[in-house]
Write a protein that binds this ligand. Structure first.
Ligand code: COA
Length: 391
């Protein structure tokens, strides 16, 4: 039977410490005015000592589980999208699984830069839609403050720390993920890069002296890429969902720069209220930014049951991803079958008929096979006897 993936829980966590643009003016040669007009950012949250990708993920996940009213012990899959895990190995997802006491649940990290959470969402939905798992926890977390060069004004003003998490549950109702568009342009892999977080530049005094352990970015290259893919990917995913841009209640884009978001909004011809923007409060929190914006939109009452949302991300890789999503967090019985679109009403009977045909074929074959066995042996013996006689 065709399954769907409903979003039933959501939560967020941001560190208590706030770093404002005015604070940054005291650290590097910048100004509140420059940061606001070029990026839309006013402040960002910065992790305290001891706060890490793992602790922030756990805090956001606990909220999401509470909203979904699912105990952690019943979670069947955990994916953490992040580029700033606690360790290169093991995956931070296993540490989160342990801290939540989600005993035995498969857990893995997913790295696709700022696009990571949308990749993770789509990945989790595949497991639910095939019936492999009944639920999943999808977390996007970033602890960028440890990887940012606080003496480089071209990057340090942009980023912040935080985490957002959602719970997905398998459903028979036609809801949740409607369509997705994932992509990457690896030829620009060096436009946004931590040069020394892997085998290309292993730890050495030279690596540290050259400050290769800090994030490097070619801002203009990323800007051009983002303004191109954001609107294109939203258009693609809306068309693939058999929807029109007018059907979309809210686009929730990656919060990298409000100029990028504004350009995409104009290209798409959407009114401002259909584009979620909260970059002023958090800066760019990479893989955490879309789930953080989702939770803020829910808290601000901007998402009603039955809404069509589009999540769209872009970032390191370079990568992009969008997902059209039907928002229906209520009990499955809340939508009477009679109200489903014709196409979705047909999906289940067709799937049931195909399964019935397949099992009838298998049943018949298992019954007939034993009856045919003597015939096969006789035919094989006959062939042998004919060969002998011919010789
Ligand atoms: N404060 C003041 N001046 C700054 C500054 C800062 N924090 N950072 C850079 N500048 C200066 C530059 O040195 C440059 O000075 P110059 O003209 O004397 O050389 C000037 O501002 C303009 O720099 P430029 O790079 O042209 O600015 P911009 O308009 O392209 O804006 C970004 C820079 C980073 C805001 C913009 O390129 C951007 O948002 N890019 C995308 C980044 C992104 O989204 N990354 C994450 C993707 S997930």
């Amino acid at each position: 039977m065709q399954k769907y993936a409903r979003m039933t829980g959501w939560g967020k966590y941001v560190p208590e410490r706030i770093l404002t643009n005015l604070d940054l003016e005291k650290m590097v040669d910048t100004s509140d005015e420059w940061i606001r007009t070029r990026t839309g950012i006013r402040e960002r949250h910065i992790a305290a000592p001891g706060e890490t990708c793992c602790t922030m993920s756990v805090a956001a996940a606990q909220q999401a589980l509470a909203v979904a009213q699912i105990p952690a012990s019943e979670i069947e899959l955990i994916i953490v999208a992040t580029s700033t895990p606690d360790y290169l190995v093991p995956s931070v997802a296993s540490m989160v699984q342990d801290q939540l006491r989600a005993t035995g649940a498969p857990a893995f990290g997913l790295r696709a830069g700022c696009t990571g959470w949308v990749y993770a969402l789509v990945t989790a939905c595949q497991f639910l839609q095939t019936g492999a798992y009944r639920n999943a926890l999808v977390i996007g977390t970033e602890h960028l403050s440890f990887g940012v060069d606080w003496s480089d004004r071209s990057t340090c003003v942009l980023f912040g720390d935080g985490s957002g998490a959602v719970v997905l549950e398998a459903s028979d109702q036609p809801t949740g993920l409607l369509a997705f568009d994932l992509g990457s342009e690896g030829s620009d892999y060096d436009a946004l890069i931590f040069p020394a977080f892997g085998g290309a530049n292993p730890a050495s005094h030279e690596v540290i002296d050259r400050r290769l352990h800090y994030l490097k970015m070619d801002g203009r290259r990323v800007f051009k890429f983002a303004t191109r893919v954001l609107a294109d990917s939203v258009r693609k995913v809306v068309a693939a969902s058999d929807l029109t841009p007018e059907d979309i209640e809210l686009v929730i884009p990656h919060q990298a720069n409000d100029r990028i978001i504004e350009m995409a909004r104009r290209k798409l011809g959407l009114p401002p209220e259909k584009m979620m923007v909260n970059i002023d409060r958090y800066g760019n929190t990479s893989a955490a930014s879309i789930p953080l914006a989702l939770v803020d939109a829910i808290e601000e009452g901007r998402i009603e049951a039955g809404a069509h949302l589009v999540f769209v991300g872009f970032g390191a890789g370079l990568t992009w991803a969008s997902a059209a999503f039907h928002w229906e967090p209520q009990e499955p019985s809340a939508i009477p079958v009679a109200d489903w679109p014709i196409r979705d009403r047909l999906v289940q009977p067709v799937a049931r008929a195909r399964t019935a045909l397949w099992s009838a074929r298998v049943n018949l074959a298992t019954r007939i096979e034993p009856l045919l066995l003597p015939l096969y042996s006789f035919a094989a013996g006959y062939k042998k006897r004919r060969k002998k006689a011919d010789k």
